[in-house]
Write a new protein. Structure first.
Ligand code: NFE
Ligand code: MG
Length: 508
């Protein structure tokens, strides 16, 4: 029997995504992911002062604006010829501001977006105890305002009621923890979202003992939550949904641009890997974007981002998404925490290896289990801990009162690429300056990689490949599909990053 499951929109992600899956004899045989909203930031930037780019590109997304500020400022550092002149305080504060965004983003993804696929929130309905978070959830349900929790699929919530109730309390607690991360970001970054602290040449806020302290106590509260709540909850879910280590694997090729520059090297080194072969380096010249199956036209296909074009063509024949198709060496690659953790594991990172091994041991799983929907959640939680713990060391490396930026002359001409490790994966901004103004700007974003449509060779994107071969037990409640899609933590607002004055009719 053959049927098509259409989920439009997929809720509890950022932005607008439709997924279609053709199911034959209970297994997904074809899958298409469609970014259904057209946006346009790359075009808005043309002709502007280059220093506008970090401010404007942060408006691509309210979840990861810090990633865009970092990528954009890094591209401008290069274009202005000052990449090697950023003072240590500037480098460290950029890492700290960006790190705050990682922590809140990963916690947001697990508790407020993905966990509701696994946790039965209605277990809080009859709660009679004294936990204030659970009382809040119960009152919420009693009022019939089940808004964030429904609509939902039914029939596959496997956690015991006690665990579901605990996770529901953590859902409420995680809201407070994310607020702490925002406050912490604001200490050096000014505000969240759309921080003002990260600028070409460094940052704007000179650290003082007082601000370091304000940062540190919040960070320690968040670290306690990650160690005592987030990681154990992810492991508990993994224990009850062990079969999800066998679905959602996908292309098994991974990419990361590298993140968190240190005095010597980077916390996450850039690289690519194939699950079946050794880790390779990253050569940015091998990145291209195809528009063959996206609603754009261009003189050539594919193109490198430094020459990429953004000419929308709604309804183009063969197109089915506003998301372009980035490829490395012409091949499909997945980005994100799983890519970073696998790269670090393969390079025998002394912090990440024991965390991964402990998690796999607790689950009685082997390393191959990481190439899965569950593997993405585990990797994200492990990465969250690694970043939080590293931040506690970095903040103490700040030198109070010392310089945080280097000054520069605005050049008439220049070119730069800002390649960073964003919470959801590999993020790149490419800028060219002519006559002191932005002549060309292209963003290739994590979800552009992960939610990409087919490329010019007809190969499906990572998320599409992750769906292929998935058994769907109940087509009316296709848990497997949404769990795989959400494991990528997609953000379509980022992926499309285009705005037009007149709206384009949404596809159905
Ligand atoms: Ni809108 Fe983002 C991250 C970036 S994802 S959340 O992380 O860049 O495509
Ligand atoms: Mg783009």
């Amino acid at each position: 029997m053959r049927s098509t499951i259409v989920i439009d929109p997929i809720t509890r992600i950022e932005g607008h995504l439709k997924v279609e899956a053709v199911v034959e004899d209970g297994v997904v045989r074809e899958a298409r992911s469609t970014g259904t909203l057209f946006r346009g930031l790359e075009l808005i930037l043309r002709g502007r002062d280059p220093r506008d780019a970090p401010r404007v590109t942060q408006r691509i997304c309210g979840v990861c604006p810090t990633a865009h500020a970092t990528a954009s400022s890094t591209a401008l550092d290069q274009a202005f010829g000052i990449a090697g002149s950023i003072p240590d305080n500037g480098r460290i504060e950029r890492n700290l501001i960006f790190g705050c965004n990682y922590l809140q983003s990963h916690i947001l993804h697990f508790y407020h977006l993905a966990a509701l696929d696994y946790v039965d929130v209605t277990a809080a309905a009859g709660y009679q105890g004294s936990d204030s978070a659970l009382q809040t959830a119960r009152r919420f349900l009693e009022r019939g305002e089940a808004g964030p929790f429904v609509p939902r699929y039914e029939g596959d919530y496997r956690l015991p009621d006690e665990l579901s109730r605990a996770a529901t309390a953590h859902y409420v607690q995680a809201l407070d923890i994310r607020r702490r991360a925002h406050e912490m970001l604001a200490v050096f970054g000014g505000k969240m979202p759309h921080n003002v602290g990260i600028v070409p040449g460094g940052v704007t806020q000179v650290p003082e003992v007082d601000t370091i302290t304000q940062f540190l106590w919040r960070l320690n509260e968040i670290r306690t939550f990650i160690d005592g709540v987030y990681l154990p909850d992810v492991l508990a879910v993994a224990e009850h949904y062990g079969d999800h280590a066998e679905i959602g694997g996908g292309c098994r090729r991974y990419i990361d641009y590298g993140g968190f520059p240190l005095a010597d090297g980077m916390r996450f080194a850039p690289g690519t890997m194939d699950a079946d072969s050794a880790v390779g380096g990253l050569d940015a010249e091998r990145i291209t974007e195809s528009i063959r199956h996206a609603w754009y036209e261009a003189d050539a296909d594919p193109l490198p981002p430094s020459r990429g074009e953004t000419h929308p063509k709604p309804g183009k024949e063969g197109g089915y998404s506003w998301v372009k198709a980035p490829r490395y060496d012409g091949k499909v690659h997945e980005g994100g925490p799983l890519a970073r953790v696998l790269l670090a594991y393969s390079r025998e990172d002394p912090v990440i290896v024991p965390l991964v091994d402990d998690a796999l041991r607790a689950l009685g799983a082997d390393r191959d289990a990481l190439h899965s929907a569950l593997g993405r959640h585990l990797a994200r939680a492990i990465e969250c801990k690694v970043v939080a713990d590293a931040m506690a060391e970095w903040v103490l490396e700040l030198a109070p009162g010392e310089p945080v930026y280097c000054s520069y002359e605005l050049p008439e001409e220049g070119e730069g690429a800002g390649l960073v490790a964003a919470p959801r994966g590999a993020l790149g901004h490419w800028v060219r300056i002519e006559g002191g103004r932005i002549a060309h700007y292209q963003c290739v974003v994590p979800t552009t990689w992960n939610a990409s449509p087919m490329d010019d060779a007809g190969e499906p994107g990572p998320m599409e490949q992750a769906l292929l071969g998935t058994p769907v037990r109940d087509p009316d409640n296709p848990f497997e599909i949404v769990r795989i899609v959400r494991s990528f933590d997609p953000c379509l607002a980022c992926a499309v990053h285009v705005i037009r004055r007149r709206s384009v009719r949404r596809s159905r």
